[in-house]
Design a protein around this ligand. Sequence first.
Ligand code: PLP
Length: 370
Amino acid sequence: MKADLRSDTITKPRPEMLDFMVQAPVGDDCYGDDPTVNELQQECASMFGKEAALFTCSGTMSNQLALKAHTQPGDEIILEKNYHINFFESGPSAHLAQIVLNPVHTEDGVLTPALIEDAINAKPRSPIYSNPRLICLENTIAYYGGKIFPFAVLGAIRTFALKKDMKVHMDGARILNACVATGISPEEYAKCADTVSLCFAKGLGAPFGSILMGDEETINRAKMFRKWYGGGLHQAGFMAAGALYGLRNAWPRLQDDHAKSRLLNNLLKQSEFSFPVSENVDTNIVIFDIKKTSLSAPEFVHHMETRGVCLFPWLGSQVRAVTHQDVSYPEIEWAAKEIMLEAAKLAHKNNQIVYSFPAPRESTIIRAAI
Ligand SMILES: *Cc1c(COP(=O)(O)O)cnc(C)c1O
């Protein structure tokens, strides 16, 4: 068996999606002529209750366009230190938008008006200093195990931002995971931000693309920068069709990805050598700790890869597993057993300890763990 749990970005388009893609009517999107791109943009704008939407190459590009569209060089952005925009995109953010990131440290990734106010007050503010112009949020919060951003706090931040004349961008790469898990609609979430992004190449199973939504003026600005960054595409309708297919068909199935993560998290709880960092998972990301094996996360991940379980090394001794449509329930059960067995063996070898592994569970018990 094999289980690739590195990310939900590894999902490949299903045959039905590919059929839909090759049959899509296309045109030159740089002339606004691609009917499928236009349909995708209209459908997303209406689903999220925004005036306009822009199809982009990647989640990173959507974020970078939002930063550029909302700010002037030298402006400051307040966000949490482990959000994608700070954790992975500090280089492009400095290079492209030329802004200053002011990252807030939290335990759980949840920014609050009080924390944002503290970050604003931590520096002198007057027209001769950097202007805190934008708040960036993330939902779900990838670093913190796909945590759902509490809805009431989003509303409070939106009110705070309006009072401070600041804008809010929500990095919603996995916003639909939050929607299916909470029942809160895309439109309700989008009301809490000026711009929202969404990724099609993750749980939705499309091969390509992301979208940025907001008011017409901001999206027109983003469109200009998309062209400047080399992201103006021509017959992009083939790719937009994959995104549309995912949006229409894969969205409800995200529930299933969440059940797979709950199963994995519950199974890993049986092991003290690969124990999950959270009691519960909100969506499709499981983070577990292997410090008792005395291996680093990259070493453990490399070891598991040779056994057919692909994982992603997180910081320190934490390892990440993401569930998605291309991994089955039996593969999750198998992967969990492999992880637990190998972690126990490695801990035994590296620490010279005697371990006792729990007796194999009946699959009915495993099923009950979902
Ligand atoms: C995946 C992800 C991105 C970036 O998406 P790419 O398409 O890989 O550039 C941005 N933000 C978050 C929260 C993500 O999980």
